[in-house]
Structure formats: structure tokens, C-alpha cells
Design a protein around this ligand. Structure first.
Ligand code: SPV
Ligand code: MG
Length: 288
């Protein structure tokens, strides 16, 4: 049987990039797959937000791995796990990699920041990078230990080190065996990312997370023919927060729950998402 990693690899096509949607739990992963996304982004930012804690290496890797396993179990799109820095050095990564593979994860994204990490999007955040050789060792450790696909993420642009450093790191990571390179930017326009993509030699596909420069369309990215995967980084949690805030405020303002009834999912929809159909089948066959 084709592994989740092989399925995802076949979909990293720069002329038609795969699109991943973020998720923070099994339900959001199921909704993303149901909507038609090619992959699920097991976002550390979303999972942290769902626990109401900063995205700063606070949650344990066990919490993250359990969330990824839960996402794999309830839907069939490949799960791309955001393992941040890999929770330490190459020894930690060698321990984690086969566990993520065993959970059915298709790829791990690992970033070249120091542990503990800080969110790339945080204004004034700590963005220190590890030496290139150290990160190459972490990539190699993941591969040799039998991990899923390795997407090496460089934070060189986020750290303000410029395009040359970002290219140097991306190429060094591809040389170490990374299956793709995620290049992240928090510029408000796509110029920095477009320049990087055009300069990229194309030895492995690139991965983009266009949160900060949302004006760049998927079609424009495809036209570059360098990017295999576009990640919608945090749209599940932001959609959920906006919807909950609106609903909660309305209920209190209106003094009752009637007004929101037609604007929220029905109880029947939730039953369906919980797998009620399968439960009824089991009841019919085995409950005596
Ligand atoms: C995440 O979603 O956890 C990411 C993307 O790593 S970002 O928050 O933009 O760093
Ligand atoms: Mg993250």
C-alpha cells in the first residue's frame, strides 16, 4: 500500500501546487478534508492557540503527536506535522521522527530556529537560527531514523538575514536530504518571497505559508513553477474564533439562543461529523 509520505510526495507538483489547510484537532482536520484540501497542516500555532498558550515550545511533543494521530485517524488527506524545532537537537529528532511516521503522518516540517522557539509572526519575536551544519544533522537524523518526508524550514528571511543566507540554507538543507524547503516571510507584500522563489535553483520543491502576504493567489504561485505546497497557516482557528465570538456576543445581546439558530451548524451536522453513521451500523450488526 502507498504510504502517506509517498502520496504527498506525488502531489508536490510545482505546476499545480498542493493546498494544505491548517487544523488544531481531529474535527478541524475532518472539515478541511471534507472541503477538498489536498493536505492537512498540523499547525503548532493553531494547537497552541487551541490550548490558549503562546506558540513558544510550551506544549509537549506528546500533545502535538497525539493531535496529529487524531487528525490522521478521522480523514484521509495527508497530514503535514509542524514539529517546530524538533524539540531539541538531532538526538531528539531521531527519537521523534519514527513516532510521527508510526502515527501515519506524511511529512514533518522542522524549522532552523533555536529551542525554545518563538512564533515567526510575533512582532519583535526572538528569531535565532542554529548553525547550518547543526540543522543538516537534524535533517539527516530524521531520515535515517525512518521519519516521514522532511520539509526543512528556514527562518532566514524572518530573522532578517536576507535572501543570500536564505538560499544558502535552503540549498544546504536540500543537500542534507530534505524533500522540500519551506521558505517563510512576514513581509506584508509578496516581493521578498517572489524574489526568493525566482532565485531558487529548484532542486526540491518549495513550500509557502502566505499568511502575511495574502494577496498572492494560488494561481500566481503556480506560475512560478517552484512551489509544491501552499499552506493556509491558521485559517481554521481564526475562522473558529471569529464565529464563536460573533455567536457568543449575539446570544448575550439578544437574551436567548433563538437568533443564532440558523447561523450555526445544526446538531445533526455535528452528529454526522462525529461518525454517527458508522456507529449506527455497528449498533445494527453487533448490539444484541
Ligand atoms: C504554524 O502554523 O504553526 C506555523 C506557521 O508554523 S507560522 O505561524 O506562520 O509560523
Ligand atoms: Mg508552527
Amino acid at each position: 500500500m502507498e504510504t502517506p509520505a509517498a502520496r504527498l510526495r506525488a502531489r508536490l507538483t510545482p505546476d499545480r501546487p498542493a493546498i494544505a489547510m491548517s487544523a488544531h484537532n481531529a474535527l478541524s482536520a475532518r472539515l478541511a478534508a471534507e472541503a477538498g484540501f489536498d493536505a492537512i497542516w498540523g499547525s503548532g500555532f493553531e494547537l497552541s492557540a487551541a490550548h490558549a498558550v503562546p506558540d513558544a515550545s510550551i506544549l509537549s511533543w506528546e500533545t502535538h503527536l497525539a493531535a496529529m494521530r487524531a487528525m490522521v485517524e478521522v480523514q484521509s488527506a495527508p497530514v503535514v506535522a509542524d514539529i517546530d524545532t524538533g524539540s531539541g537537537n538531532a538526538v531528539n529528532v531521531a527519537y521523534l521522527a519514527p513516532r510521527y511516521a508510526a502515527a501515519g503522518v506524511a511529512a514533518m516540517v522542522m524549522e532552523d530556529k533555536t529551542f525554545p522557539k518563538d512564533s515567526s509572526l510575533r512582532v519583535g519575536g526572538r528569531q535565532e537560527l542554529v548553525p547550518v551544519e547543526e540543522f543538516q544533522g537534524k535533517i539527516e537524523a530524521a531520515r535515517v531514523a525512518g521519519g516521514p518526508l522532511v520539509i526543512a524550514r528556514t527562518e532566514a528571511l524572518i530573522a532578517g538575514l536576507g535572501q543570500d543566507e536564505a538560499l544558502k540554507r535552503g540549498e544546504a538543507y536540500a543537500e542534507a536530504g530534505a524533500d522540500a524547503v519551506l521558505i517563510h516571510s512576514k513581509q506584508k507584500t509578496p516581493d521578498e518571497i517572489l524574489a526568493f522563489c525566482r532565485a531558487w535553483p529548484g532542486r526540491v520543491p518549495l513550500v509557502l505559508v502566505p499568511t502575511s502576504y495574502p494577496q498572492l493567489s494560488f494561481k500566481e504561485v503556480a506560475a512560478l513553477e517552484k512551489v509544491g505546497l501552499i499552506i493556509c497557516g491558521n485559517h481554521a482557528i481564526r475562522a473558529a474564533v471569529a464565529a464563536m465570538r460573533e455567536t457568543f456576543a449575539r446570544i448575550l445581546a439578544e437574551g436567548g439562543i433563538a437568533g443564532v439558530e440558523g447561523r450555526i451548524a445544526s446538531v445533526a451536522e455535528i452528529f454526522a461529523l462525529q461518525g454517527d453513521g458508522a456507529m449506527r451500523e455497528i449498533e445494527k450488526r453487533f448490539l444484541r
